[in-house]
Design a protein around this ligand. Structure first.
Ligand SMILES: [Zn+2]
Length: 221
């Protein structure tokens, strides 16, 4: 139903396709998240931007693709179907958040903005656990020549068809490592949302009508 990951203080859950099929919903139905108080959700209204915010108050944030908090009551939420949900959890402080990073967000610098936000909050990068959840991987993320400049050369594999396969998780991993996060603390799900069609929604595979998976990160408090 979901993947549940935690360090000492902070808990990540990723609600995948089966969860939503069972419950047959198109919109977020907060009654499904019984263990959380609906009043405590902090939700970005995602637009593939590079905008992220820090807030100790719940709410929905317009034109935003990542939310961080140090209020242990807050539940940060993200919606995805191919884009990467990237979770950040401090090892021993109440500081955590999640971003929505597709290729557009990556090329606009959402990870750079994330590292700036952490610096502003005096967070040491090597004290952060990172989890990159199920998302479209190098087996299925195909792009054409017109946008190939958006990606570093080492992330691209040309195909006979003239198209290119791109490894988005590797781009995120290298960028996180480059700014100073500890590579041993970066975990990447090997699940591709496009191939594993029994488990995940995929925007590329299923088009406009596809639903979304939901990731949440909150404290154990
Ligand atoms: Zn795949």
């Amino acid at each position: 139903m979901f993947q549940n990951i935690r360090n000492s203080l902070i808990n990540i859950k990723f609600f995948s396709k089966k969860f939503f099929i069972q419950n047959n919903i198109d919109k977020i139905d907060f009654s499904l998240f019984k263990e959380y108080d609906q009043k405590h959700f902090l939700i970005p209204n995602q637009t593939h931007s590079n905008n992220i915010i820090f807030s100790n108050n719940p709410g929905q944030i317009d034109n935003c693709d990542g939310v961080f908090t140090s209020n242990p009551k807050i539940v940060c939420m993200i919606k995805v179907a191919d884009c990467m949900p990237i979770f950040f959890a401090h090892q021993y402080k109440f500081f955590y958040g999640v971003i929505h990073a597709g290729w557009k967000g990556l090329s606009k610098g959402i990870l750079k903005n994330t590292s700036i936000l952490l610096k502003e909050n005096k967070i040491k990068f090597n004290e952060i656990d990172i989890y990159i959840g199920p998302s479209i991987q190098k087996c299925c993320f195909e792009v054409s020549r017109d946008i190939i400049d958006q990606f570093p050369f080492w992330s691209i594999r040309p195909k006979k068809s003239g198209k290119f396969m791109v490894n988005l998780q590797k781009i995120a991993f290298e960028e996180l490592r480059f700014v100073g996060f500890d590579e041993k603390r970066i975990k990447i799900s090997s699940d591709c949302s496009f191939c594993k069609n029994n488990n995940y929604y995929s925007y590329r595979r299923d088009g406009d009508k596809t639903r979304r998976m939901i990731g949440v990160i909150t404290s154990e408090a």
